[in-house]
Design a binder for this molecule. Structure first.
Ligand code: G6P
Length: 609
């Protein structure tokens, strides 16, 4: 969904070429998109904008882009995930106006760009790309040509643009300012004394500052080395001081810390992340959420991707523990329940980034119908928690790998904490489960240490497969969905999850000798029937992998390989069982020669519908 960066520093302050800084910042945004990359800076001697861009990942085009020889105190940069126009040198950002005195980087979609482009072309503007973005510099140019200052041109441009976007622009006539605007797509400012940043996400500039302003929809303005100006379309000039927040993320959190990939680092970070989540959950917010849940008519849970799987785990816990059925749906499918949303209902929206557009739209649709909303997110002040009635943060720290890992486990922990608190208020005795939940940081650490080597072996074995099944029953089903998604998205091996009982109603037709089937066996009432399903697969010579409870002996003879996991309550098991699944997928991807941090065609934060 593209990453944008901009920085402006006082003259002679930067001790290295600005291109090198832009490159580092873009590397940290690469998870957002990586089909092309580019940057622009103002050459102060020649008083002109220099644009460098190319198709490809940053590492592959570093030489062509010549970051090391870009000297200036002001620059913008972009890493792209194509929406309008294929990945190509021409479609890469920045885009410029006709006179090349304005350059723009953009994340999001300009919905009415066709109409705008038509008008601009009729006025004589020449377009060089197929992107929607290019209308922005040309519109700005129109207004500037008519005598407006850049800030006024920006305000007028915003009145015309429709869609979800965040963009940054530099003008040769305002040599120290980077102009910006935000509507739905994320944009944050980084504030330090002599240098100011803007970026799609905080880790981009975290090495320089942890003082941030999270911009809101309809805000625009500029940064200069010593000034931040923000205006809102509806509310006029904003008091900037009140908006600065100091975040607790450290630069190390956004670095690989000796691991070959962010994903592996983030898998290993899970014990710490879980600990942080458990320690920092705010009881006041939990109680507010519980109050809404136990007094609700209906409960709706919605999310996308991995967060949706966390939602399904919560759904299972709500029904099986509290007898409170919930309607859990993929956010982009909200229409199914739109008529059912109403006053007295509660909606739980789960989003790591807090910016996924489908989830944001589902939240707005619920609110429109009077549903009270609870957001579970990892990013403070992002759109979804900001718009929800109650915001609960997982505080897992930044997650850079595209495939979600630590944010999944911490989402489940957060959701279970809420559900267990609700259970207590409803008179259930959940002390034992809660004490097990509190031990997940320790247990997960032990699981990683004990089983990583075995997971590597299984990952390597799976790397030859064309397809795999992940089967389980009960709460093991959403867990299996997450395991299958991991294998699919980073190792590019087709994988499907099914309730094990359902596998004989179709999927088993695909099973032939050596077809991998990963079973998750939990300590629940499904044990006997699951053993039956394992035997069915074995009888067809499948390659059976078991994630099984410790001391489970009977099933071993039907498994080709297995990992024996601690005996824990099934409601908590997804937090622990998913770890070997993550590791298996990671090692399968690496064995196949793929970069698990940047799976093809994916982006970490999806801000288009
Ligand atoms: C993208 C990512 C997934 C993520 C999903 C939802 O598809 O690639 O890893 O689970 O978005 O993201 P969210 O930030 O809303 O949890």
């Amino acid at each position: 969904m593209c990453g944008i960066i901009g920085l402006t520093a006082i003259e002679n302050y930067l001790r290295e070429p600005i291109g090198s800084i832009i490159r580092r910042c873009l590397k940290r945004l690469e998870y957002r998109g990586y089909d092309s990359v580019g940057y622009a800076y103002i050459d102060k001697q020649k008083l002109k904008i220099v644009v460098k861009k190319a198709k490809g990942k940053i590492d592959d085009v570093t030489r062509i882009l010549d970051f090391k020889n870009a000297y200036s105190n002001i620059a913008i940069g972009h890493t792209r995930w194509a929406t309008h126009g294929k990945p190509s040198n021409e479609n890469a950002h920045p885009h410029t106006d006709c006179s090349e005195s304005i350059a723009v980087v953009h994340n999001g979609i300009i919905q009415n760009y066709m109409e705008l482009k038509g008008k601009l072309v009729r006025k004589g503007h020449v377009f060089k790309s197929e992107t929607d973005t290019e209308v922005i510099p040309h519109l700005l140019e129109e207004y500037v040509k008519s005598g407006m200052k850049p800030i006024d041109a920006l305000r007028e441009t915003l009145k015309i643009l429709k869609g979800a976007f965040a963009f940054a622009a530099i003008f040769t006539q305002e040599r120290n300012k980077i102009f910006f605007a935000k509507m739905t797509s994320p944009l944050v400012l980084g504030i330090s004394n002599k240098v100011k940043f803007l970026a799609s996400d905080i880790p981009a500039f975290l090495e320089f500052t942890n003082r941030v302003i999270i911009l809101r929809d309809g805000e625009f303005g500029y940064i200069s080395p010593q000034e931040v100006y923000i205006e809102s379309i509806d509310r006029g000039a904003i008091n900037v001081r009140n908006r600065i927040r100091v975040i607790s993320w450290t630069p190390q959190m956004a670095m690989k810390g000796g691991y070959p990939h962010f994903m592996l680092k983030e898998i290993h970070e899970q014990p710490l992340a879980m600990q942080r989540t458990l320690q920092s959950l705010n009881i006041k917010e939990i109680l507010e959420a519980v109050d809404l849940i136990i007094n609700s008519n209906k409960i709706f849970i919605t999310a996308c991707g991995t967060s949706y799987h966390a939602g399904l785990v919560a759904d299972y816990a709500l029904s099986s523990l509290l007898g409170l059925p919930s309607f859990t749906f993929i956010a982009s499918e909200y229409l199914k329940y739109f008529k059912a949303f109403g006053d007295g209902d509660v909606g739980i929206i789960i989003s790591q980034s807090g910016e996924t557009i489908d989830s944001l739209i589902a939240l707005r649709k619920m609110k429109e119908k009077g549903v009270k909303t609870i957001a579970i997110s990892n990013v403070i002040d992002s759109a979804i928690p900001r718009e929800a009635d109650v915001a609960i943060y997982t505080r897992a720290g930044p997650e850079i790998g595209v495939a979600a890992t630590k944010t999944f486990t911490t989402q489940i922990i957060t959701l279970l904490k809420i559900i267990l608190q609700a259970a207590k208020q409803l008179g259930e005795d959940v002390e034992k489960i809660e004490s097990e939940l509190n031990k997940t940081p320790k247990i997960s650490g032990r699981v990683i240490r004990a089983h990583e080597a075995k997971c590597r072996e299984i990952g390597r074995r799976l790397s030859d497969a064309k397809s795999a099944f992940y089967l389980s029953r009960g709460i093991g089903v959403p867990l299996s969905m997450e395991g299958a998604l991991k294998l699919k998205e980073i190792a590019y091996i087709h994988a499907e999850a099914y309730p094990a009982g359902e596998s004989k109603h179709g999927p088993i037709a695909l099973v032939e000798p050596n077809f991998p089937v990963v079973f998750s066996m939990l300590l629940d009432e499904y044990r006997e029937s699951l053993i039956g399903n394992i035997m069915e697969m074995k009888a067809r010579e499948a390659y059976t992998v078991g994630l099984i409870p410790r001391n489970e002996r009977q099933v071993i003879e039907h498994l080709d390989t297995y990992i024996s996991l601690p005996n824990i309550n099934p409601l908590i098991a997804p937090v622990i069982y998913v770890i070997p699944m993550q590791l298996i997928a990671y090692y399968a991807a690496v064995s196949r020669g793929y970069d698990p941090d940047k799976p093809r065609n994916l982006a970490k934060t999806v801000t288009v519908e």
